[in-house]
Write a protein that binds this ligand. Structure first.
Ligand code: GDP
Length: 426
């Protein structure tokens, strides 16, 4: 029906003869979003000591993580991967952001790290579950989005290749979260080593068919944006240097960086590391894309799978144009069909739920009227019983008060007749 309606409505381009006002729509959307604020959750994964907390502090320019004491070599470590999250409300030019950082201490720190990815997958899925549960509520006004929108995966700066644990983690996670691989502590490698390491990592990622997050490019994008996106993409995996310290750089400049006897590495200098590009990807340019991709693709895929596993049948005969339809690869590879199926499953699940809800409401109503009926019945029965007893009482009194008229053909000698024994007299 929707398709027919669309087909039946011819679209004509018209020139406006004066200001109408809907050009203000983007501002309206903007104002509304600003008022509501944004929720963004980033997960950091990597062995301890790779600079995860430092990078988060550097990215959001806030001391979200207090400085950590390095663990003594013989210190007791926990034996499992823990999941810890910290939330902070931060504000910039009146825009509020509820930032949540999910840390995974213990990951990769044990002798046997085979199942290190498990608690992380479980955590990501639990967040999807919570979102689904909120979506299924009758009142969907205040949905809290705790889903992980991006996962920074810290690769140890070995300069060789990805480790089996890196590959296993990314293989398990890439369909559930926007993966952003970063080379930790890139200041410990030379420029050449970084370039070689990056090439090797990308080759490994391609070989294992791992899907990492790529900034999307749209057909109708302007030159400048396309160049920006390409520049960001060319830096993946980002070689990162983090520091929450201000140091003195040549020219007496105060910069965020790390000071060495041979010089200063500046965090915000694109010649020194890829921090600026990572920030562009994660915060300045593509935060909304990360949120959207999480919602439209990753979450929808998971939801479809979940519904399928619950036995919700799907009809793939309808095709619907989707917004990712115009995106060029690598976005394109997991787009229309999956999204479409997910949407259908969503609709079906919603219909099923509404139906169930209606049935439940009806049942509750029926039960209530049944109870009311019983109550009324009981009341009537009681009042009738009362009436009957009253009448009997009256009858008894009347009968006690006067002699019974003898029946025809019988002669009575016994003065009075007792109501209670009336039957036996007859
Ligand atoms: P986490 O355990 O992964 O959260 O690591 P931390 O952020 O606590 O950092 C561990 C240590 O590495 C600290 O002493 C940091 O100062 C240092 N560190 C953090 N980032 C970098 C970096 O980019 N380069 C170097 N050389 N050291 C770093």
């Amino acid at each position: 029906l929707a398709a027919n309606l669309l087909a039946a409505t011819p679209i004509i381009r018209k020139k406006l003869m004066g200001y109408v006002g809907f050009a203000n729509l983007p501002n309206q959307v903007h104002r509304k979003s600003v008022r509501k604020g944004f929720q963004f959750t980033v997960m950091v994964v990597g062995e301890s000591g790779l600079g995860k907390s430092t990078l988060v502090n550097t990215l959001f320019n806030t001391m979200l993580y207090p400085p950590k004491e390095p663990l003594a070599p013989n210190a007791e470590r926990t034996q499992t991967v823990a999941i810890q999250s910290i939330s902070a409300d931060i504000e910039e030019n009146g825009v509020r952001l509820r930032l949540t950082v999910v840390d995974t201490p213990g990951f990769g720190d044990f002798v046997n790290n085979d199942d290190s990815w498990k608690p992380i997958v479980e955590n990501i899925e639990a967040r999807f579950d919570s979102y689904l549960e909120q979506e299924n509520r009758v009142n969907r006004q205040k949905i809290v989005d705790n889903r992980v929108h991006a996962c920074l995966y810290f690769i140890q700066p070995t300069g060789h290749a990805l480790k089996p644990l890196d590959i296993e983690f990314m293989r398990r996670l890439h369909t559930k979260v926007n993966l952003i691989p970063v080379i930790a502590k890139a200041d410990t490698l030379t420029d050449d080593e970084v370039a070689e390491f990056k090439a090797r990592i990308l080759a490994d990622i391609a070989y294992h068919n791992i899907q990492i997050f790529q900034a999307p490019t749209y057909d109708n994008e302007d030159e400048e944006t396309i160049t920006e996106t390409e520049e960001i993409a060319s830096k993946i995996p980002f070689a990162i240097v983090g520091s929450d310290q201000v140091v003195i750089a040549p020219g007496n400049r105060h910069v965020r960086g790390r000071s060495y006897p041979w010089g200063v590495i500046e965090v915000d200098n694109e010649e020194h590391c890829d921090f600026v590009k990572l920030r562009q990807m994660l915060v300045r340019t593509y935060m909304e894309e990360l949120r959207e991709y999480t919602n439209d693709i990753l979450y929808e895929n998971w939801r479809t799978e979940k519904l399928l596993s619950m036995g919700v049948a799907q009809d793939s005969s309808v095709f619907k144009e989707v917004k990712y339809g115009t995106i060029v690869p690598p976005y394109a590879c997991r787009k229309n069909a999956v999204l479409h199926e997910a949407k259908l499953a969503k609709m079906e699940a919603e219909m099923k739920m509404v139906f169930q809800q209606k049935v439940q409401e009806k049942e509750a109503k029926l039960k209530q009227s049944e109870e009311e009926l019983y109550a009324r019945h009981r009341e009537m029965k009681e009042s009738l019983e009362k009436q009957r007893l009253d009448l009997e009482e009256k009858k008894r009194k009347i009968e006690n008060g006067r002699p019974l008229t003898p029946e025809k053909g019988t002669v009575r000698h016994s003065g009075f007749h007792h109501a209670t024994t009336g039957d036996s007299d007859r």
